[in-house]
Design a binder for this molecule. Structure first.
Ligand code: 13P
Length: 251
């Protein structure tokens, strides 16, 4: 049985103090979620990772990106050993904003996924099509490429621990959330792709999230779908009250 997972991606929001205040308030939320078999986590900016970890060590904390090399001449980058040094064991990879604004490719994502697993970390690998691709009926072609190239060379055991987030680019921050039918269709398709390469067992264990304008009002409908194991939430994860409503509304 896959545990439900609700993750907040804070993107480039919150000062260190704001992030710590959220983490403090979220202590009770975390206990409440765990009691209902839901894992919750947040992905703050690099600068707030340490503070959030210290204030609330029980909350899953993810970086929003990492470099695949351990160290070296990569100005502006953060490595996996540096994240581990802070006790951070989760990392988002391939978010559409990284793909769009920073040229991140499926091949680069693949290197990062391999490096994260080599360090026993848990990646949340983000995939999703643009509006133009959606309108041209290319969603499944794009997803297939992102999944097959991104996961190339991983082991079955890796994939069992992996989280994949399906986030259609046209639904991110737009209020135009994908229908639950689309979310289930694509999350189910991703599970089939995983099954084809890594076998049934891995496909039954990999957790697949939907992301894109998820709010307290629509979260339950997504999580009611067979292949949707949780949500990756941007805007609606920034306030503790809204995060609380997301959890309460899943129950
Ligand atoms: P919104 O929930 O603000 O649409 O953002 C989704 C997202 O990008 C999460 O990674």
């Amino acid at each position: 049985m896959r545990r439900k997972l609700l993750f907040g991606n804070w993107k480039m929001n919150k000062t260190r103090e704001e992030a710590k205040a959220f983490a403090e308030e979220a202590k009770e939320l975390d206990r409440f979620a765990k009691a209902h078999n839901i894992d919750i986590g947040v992905a703050p900016t690099f600068l707030s990772l340490c503070g959030v970890r210290k204030v609330n060590p029980d909350l899953c904390v993810a970086a929003q990106n990492c470099h695949f090399e351990d160290h070296g001449a990569f100005t502006g980058e953060i490595s996996i050993p540096m994240l581990l040094d802070l006790g951070v064991t989760w990392c988002l990879i391939g978010h559409s904003e990284r793909r769009t604004y920073f040229g991140e490719t499926n091949e680069a994502c693949n290197k990062k996924l391999k490096a994260l697993f080599a360090n026993n970390m848990t990646p949340i690998y983000c995939v999703g099509e643009t509006l133009a691709e959606f309108e041209a009926n290319k969603t499944k072609d794009v997803i297939k490429e992102q999944v097959l190239v991104g996961l190339e060379g991983l082991t079955k055991e890796n994939v069992k621990k992996l989280v994949i987030a399906y986030e259609p680019v046209w639904s991110i921050g737009t209020g135009k959330n994908a229908s639950t039918t689309i979310a289930e269709d694509i999350c189910g398709y991703i599970r089939e792709l995983v099954k084809g390469v890594f076998g049934e067992e891995a496909s039954e264990e990999v957790r697949i999230l939907y992301g894109g304008s998820v709010k307290p009002e629509n979260v339950k409908a997504y999580l009611g779908e067979k292949d949707v194991d949780g949500a990756l939430v941007g805007g609606a994860s920034l306030k503790v009250e809204s995060f609380r409503q997301l959890i309460e509304n899943i129950l």
